[in-house]
Design a protein around this ligand. Structure first.
Ligand code: FMN
Length: 215
């Protein structure tokens, strides 16, 4: 199998968490002879080449971060330049985000299913996982361990050609935190985190309260 991988993050490759994830994912993917070619949406100069690869390949994997609960705008702009295929191509997605609960990525997942359909490709599933905020800030064992789990998912994808296996579903982790944890986190956000944001606003010489609604 040969896979076209498109990194849909607006961040340049060097700083993209999606790219760090893909580095591990492709290690597992390629262990048994699967090959891939990868492009970055953040590099606008390569859009013609990405389009050419999209029309040439039949196994397409789009990896993307969730930005404000949505597909990144730059990726949408690119997707809007594509014509539907209808040649038996298969499309899968690797959707990742910063917040931990799987539930907040489900709306994006449902939307990606629609995108595959609109592009005339068979939908082969979405690998869903949050808790990735810190990848770009830290290196070392802790991050390596976190990202290395994606190598297993690369192996799963190479073996099945989709993200439907039990292991892929389990990979999401917590769908929702238990109620006591949610209450606790809500409390921290409305107290300590709110204080932190006020301090940041003050440092930027903001003289209005954070909940100021002039309109
Ligand atoms: C502007 C912005 C909006 C974001 N919105 C969300 C969000 O709604 N949900 C989420 O889980 N993570 C969100 N994140 C976190 C990113 O999805 C996360 O850090 C991701 O790993 C970034 O991948 P990238 O570096 O490849 O772009 C947001 C990050 C930024 C910068």
């Amino acid at each position: 199998m040969h896979v076209l991988i498109i990194n849909g993050s607006p961040r340049v490759k060097k700083y993209s968490n999606t790219n760090a994830i893909l580095e591990k994912f492709t290690e597992g993917l390629c262990e048994n002879g699967t090959t891939f070619e990868q492009f970055e949406i953040s590099d606008r100069d390569s859009w013609d080449r990405i389009r050419e690869a999209y029309y040439r390949n039949t196994e397409i994997l789009i990896a993307l971060p969730l930005y404000v609960e949505c597909v990144p705008g730059l990726m949408m702009e690119f997707l809007e330049t594509l014509t539907p295929k209808g040649d038996g191509s298969r499309m899968s997605f690797l959707l990742q985000g910063g917040f931990i609960e799987g539930v907040q990525l489900r709306c994006g997942e449902a939307y990606l299913k629609i995108i595959a359909d609109k592009l005339g490709c068979e939908y082969m599933g979405t690998l869903v996982k949050g808790d990735n905020f810190l990848i770009r800030f830290f290196k070392g064992e802790w991050i390596d361990e976190k990202v290395s789990a994606y190598a297993d998912m690369g192996r799963e994808f190479a073996a099945n050609g989709n993200f439907d296996s039990k292991a892929c579903k389990k990979f999401t982790g917590h769908e929702k935190f238990p109620l006591p944890v949610r209450i606790h986190v809500g409390h921290i956000l409305s107290t300590q985190a709110a204080k932190g944001f006020e301090m940041i606003a003050e440092a930027h010489e903001c003289d209005k309260p954070l909940d100021y609604k002039p309109y």
